[in-house]
Design a protein around this ligand. Structure first.
Ligand SMILES: NC(=O)C1=CN([C@@H]2O[C@H](COP(=O)(O)OP(=O)(O)OC[C@H]3O[C@@H](n4cnc5c(N)ncnc54)[C@H](OP(=O)(O)O)[C@@H]3O)[C@@H](O)[C@H]2O)C=CC1
Ligand SMILES: O=C(O)C1=N[C@H](C(=O)O)C[C@H](O)C1
Length: 269
């Protein structure tokens, strides 16, 4: 009989937490074995299906992540940077695959994942959708084919609750453009112009963030030259695309060697 991996979802009551719970309970390739919320949350002790306003699913919301992780083969975590660092150490202790969708992590926070990745598989991506990861590859190719006559700008839009900018996806796209061009993103990045900025510097990669309403996630990579423009665009209209990608990553990570991976590895792009 094939082994069906048990999955824990952190940040259970969040927008992505709820989408992930639905995706895992609907899947016949994985079992929901735990859901975690922070201490004091009013969902603690309730059946998560009922807490979400539906039928009971037989999984009680806990505030004890290590206890939950020790029953599981994978943890899917779309929360916040400080929480993700704490969960990484616990997932490594429980030898669970840790799928990280959390964005807004600083370079120092990303570096702090290294000890956990010596003991467990970490799959981390600022965007888990197939479409965006394909767009990342296309961006790299287009940037490699064009010279600096083409100004590159990454424009992203998200709902008004989003706390980080540029989005994790925008940064993935910017990194891909820089890699295609053979430059270091940190040397050419120009974020959110305002005031008398002076003329655009040749070779810069610009970032702009729109926040409004319930936009799920929209990303354009603009290549603009005198006389012509190319726009690569991804529009997310349903958070299920991120949850499906995250579940795929959790399954893919089973039996892999400890280390850090991304969705390009998972999707084989
Ligand atoms: N990689 C990808 O494909 C995608 C990534 N994301 C990213 O996922 C993250 C979550 O997004 P979203 O679901 O919209 O956000 P929400 O604010 O809706 O949910 C975040 C959840 O994390 C919990 N949380 C936050 N801080 C802590 C903490 N310190 N300890 C324990 N739990 C905590 C929150 O609990 P509480 O309510 O109690 O604060 C909440 O349940 C963001 O970083 C977002 O950018 C989103 C979509 C796709
Ligand atoms: O916060 C969100 O909602 C999203 N965050 C990710 C990001 O920062 O790129 C992915 C997606 O765009 C939705």
């Amino acid at each position: 009989m094939t082994h069906i991996p048990g999955i824990v979802i952190t940040g259970a009551s969040g927008r992505m937490g709820q989408m992930l719970i639905k995706t895992v309970t609907d899947s016949d390739q994985a079992r929901l074995v735990g859901v975690v919320e922070r201490k004091g949350h009013d969902w603690i002790g309730q059946d998560v299906g009922k807490a979400m306003g539906g039928q009971a699913v037989g999984v009680t919301v806990t505030d004890d992540p290590l206890e939950a992780f020790s029953q599981a083969q994978a943890v899917i975590d779309f929360t916040a940077p400080e929480a993700t660092l704490e969960f990484a150490a616990l997932a490594a202790q429980a030898r669970c695959v840790h799928v990280i969708g959390t964005t807004g992590m600083s370079d120092e926070q990303i570096a702090a994942l290294e000890p956990a990745s010596r003991h467990a598989v970490i799959v981390r991506a600022g965007n888990m959708s197939l479409g965006v990861n394909l767009l990342v590859q296309l961006t790299k190719k287009v940037a490699a084919a064009l010279d600096e006559d083409f100004d590159i700008e990454v424009i992203e839009g998200h709902h008004h609750h989003k706390v980080d900018a540029p989005s994790g996806t925008a940064l993935m796209l910017g990194e891909a453009a820089a890699e295609g061009r053979g430059v270091n993103l940190a040397d050419v990045s120009d974020r959110g112009r305002d005031g008398i900025t002076g003329a655009r510097k040749r070779g810069d990669i610009g970032f702009h963030a729109i926040r409004g309403g319930d936009i799920v996630g929209e990303h354009d990579v603009l290549f603009a030259a005198p006389g012509e423009r190319i726009v690569l665009r991804h529009l997310a209209t349903d958070r299920a695309i991120f949850a499906r990608g995250a579940l795929k990553a959790a399954l893919w990570g089973q039996g892999k060697a400890p280390g850090q991976y991304d969705m390009v590895d998972v999707l084989g792009l």
